[in-house]
Design a protein around this ligand. Sequence first.
Ligand code: ATP
Ligand code: FE2
Length: 329
Amino acid sequence: MICLGLEGTAEKTGVGLVDSDGNVLYNKTIIYKPPVQGINPREAADHHAETFPKLIKEAFNKVPKEKIDLISFSQGPGLGPSLRVTATAARALSLSLKKPIIGVNHCIGHVEIGKLTTGAKDPLTLYVSGGNTQILGYTCGRYRVFGETLDIAIGNCLDQFARNCALPHPGGVYVEKLAKDGKKLIKLPYSVKGMDVTFSGLLTSAIKSYEKGEKLEDVCYSIQETAFSMITEITERALAHTNKPEVMLVGGVAANNRLREMLNIMCKEQNVKFYVPEKQFCGDNGAMIAWLGLLMYINGKRMSIDETKPIPNYRSDMVEVNWIKNIPC
Ligand code: ATP
Ligand code: FE2
């Protein structure tokens, strides 16, 4: 069985083809470069409308459309206009090809493609991206949220800081580069609240430090050290509560080498395995949507067109997991 997956929750358009053995047959993402003031939801949606046809055509060149058995798409969480274009594209494909359709949760897509491509079986997942910061673990029929940001996502914090310092998008990449030359650790708010974290105070403080004349390299270094220590701390605590045997790092910020290093050290100390997918499966991609659609469909999930409306606030713990059978409750 082959599934075509459409990803379009924010500013990236992704199309993937995956078969039921977990082989990724096609996976391509096109990013819309936002203007200096940040993502304009309407323009991001226009970007999806322009780029989906191009990528879908390319995917059909890899696998003829007659051989595609299922269409899946990211139903949420995300920006309303982007989600509407993605759902419309998926419905049009499903109706014209006369194939079933499945809407999936984007966050769980990150987790499942991570498991598929790394071999992790039952990980505690730290999911860090531009729109989300969550610690997820499977227990009794659902992925539960063991900790999360109470305000902005960690990637958003890095991107907003970068934008304020006239660095290009995606900001996290440039913050990481500059942080390598930072030496001085500037004191910034370290905000852990039980199992949760907040980043807006850290962001404001970092911008102020830069405006007061601190070296950009030092501020970048200090943001990374502070923010990554916060999420490593709550991941370690969630490990103690859940006793999970593995930790997996996913989402766009998982590309960061310093974050990987900190988590690796923590996992060694806790004697658990640490996994990070290769870069094309860390950030948003169509293959993760295709793979999750397949898992759900093969295990009995069916969706009518009426049920394919976007869900902008689709939380990870709303998904009824029908595909995990070997982890006892
Ligand atoms: P989601 O919808 O899951 O929130 P997203 O739209 O933010 O995803 P992703 O590709 O998962 O997309 O993540 C993008 C984020 O990753 C951006 O905030 C970007 O700055 C950040 N990022 C990318 N590379 C790095 C890096 N090397 N270091 C830190 N952050 C990075
Ligand atoms: Fe994502």
